[in-house]
Design a binder for this molecule. Structure first.
Ligand code: AMP
Ligand code: MG
Length: 319
């Protein structure tokens, strides 16, 4: 069976085609970029998605060497996400006139990473622009053991970067500058299992205004953010007794974050996995694969979008 998956929660419109044996036949996407100095305007992103959809459909089928007739199932990203973008994805999915299944975006990030790394039952650290969650499967759902109480770590890095003159996405640029920096004190904000990033950004910007070199601020913001993430991930491992850590989401590209997690895993004799870069950010293949798992387990979903759907609200019947 072949499934076509559509990702459209935010800046990325992606289409992927996978087989039910977990072969990825194609994975194409187009990213909406807001004008310089601006954040995403949801209706503009949705327009971008609508405009590009037919082109990407053709491209994905061609790459997969399939026609629409070969596709038996269409999976769409149901939420969480920006409502206009989610609706564009669902409307496009409906036009294809196939059985439809809705997929939770965050769970899709976990499932594609499990497929590609071979991780079986990990604690997942999912760190992207908009999301930061520490997740693990127990009793029928992906439980959220910890999460950000304000913005995602990626957005926090981007916001800090924007204010000190780095273009979007700032994460990779901060990583480069950090190599030349030394530590300057910033707040460390972990409350139980939850984290908060925006106050740290404010503190770093205050230091910037007082003349602290940006290299030092980039180094320190990374050390603080990634120590916080590693601390909560370690505690989730300890409490659940799981033996694997899986890193996914756009910030998974950062070498320093990987290094810290690797050290922690080594000390705890846990295995450490990182999703391959191509599948770290939002993509259609992850929706197609998770839709396949859900469909084969007999799950059904309504043809609706759920902009505020939480990871731990979804019953996972395929595990
Ligand atoms: P996503 O939302 O999953 O597409 O991820 C995008 C986010 O990942 C943006 O906030 C980027 O700044 C961040 N990002 C990408 N590469 C890196 C990196 N090398 N270090 C830190 N953050 C990164
Ligand atoms: Mg994402």
């Amino acid at each position: 069976m072949f499934c076509l998956g559509i990702e459209s929660t935010a800046h990325t419109f992606g289409i992927g085609i996978v087989s039910d044996r977990g072969e990825i036949l194609s994975n194409v996407s187009s990213i909406y970029k807001p004008p310089k100095g601006w954040g995403i305007k949801p209706t503009d992103a949705a327009q971008h998605h609508k405009k590009i959809s037919q082109t990407l459909l053709k491209k994905s089928l061609k790459l997969a060497k399939k026609t629409l007739k070969d596709i038996e199932l269409v999976a769409f990203s149901q939420g969480p996400g920006l409502p206009p973008c989610l609706h564009t994805g669902l409307n496009f999915a409906k036009q294809l006139k196939k059985p439809l299944i809705g997929v939770n975006h965050c769970i899709a990030h976990i499932e594609i990473a499990k497929l590609l790394t071979g991780a079986k039952d990990p604690i997942t650290l999912y760190v992207s622009g908009a999301n930061t969650q520490i997740l693990g499967f127990t009793e029928g759902r992906y439980r959220c053991f910890g999460e950000t109480m304000d913005i995602g770590a990626g957005n926090a890095l981007d916001k800090f970067g924007r204010e000190i003159g780095l273009s979007f996405p700032a994460g990779p640029k901060i990583e480069r500058l950090a190599k030349k920096g030394k530590y300057t004190e910033l707040p460390y904000v972990v409350k139980g299992m939850d984290l908060s990033f925006s106050g740290i950004v404010t503190a770093a910007l205050n230091k910037f205004k007082k003349g602290t070199p940006i290299e030092d601020l980039c180094f320190s913001i990374q050390e603080i953010f990634f120590s916080m993430l590693t601390e909560v991930t370690e505690r989730a491992l300890a409490h659940t007794g799981k033996k694997e850590v899986l890193l996914t989401g756009g910030v998974a590209a950062n070498k320093r974050l990987k290094e810290m997690l690797e050290i922690m895993c080594k000390e705890r004799k846990a295995k450490f996995y990182t999703v391959p870069k191509e599948f770290a950010g939002d993509n259609g293949a992850m929706i197609a694969w998770t839709g396949t798992l859900a469909y084969k387990s007999g799950m059904k979903t309504k043809e609706e979008v759920l902009p505020r759907q939480r990871t731990d609200e979804v019953d996972v019947e395929w595990i």
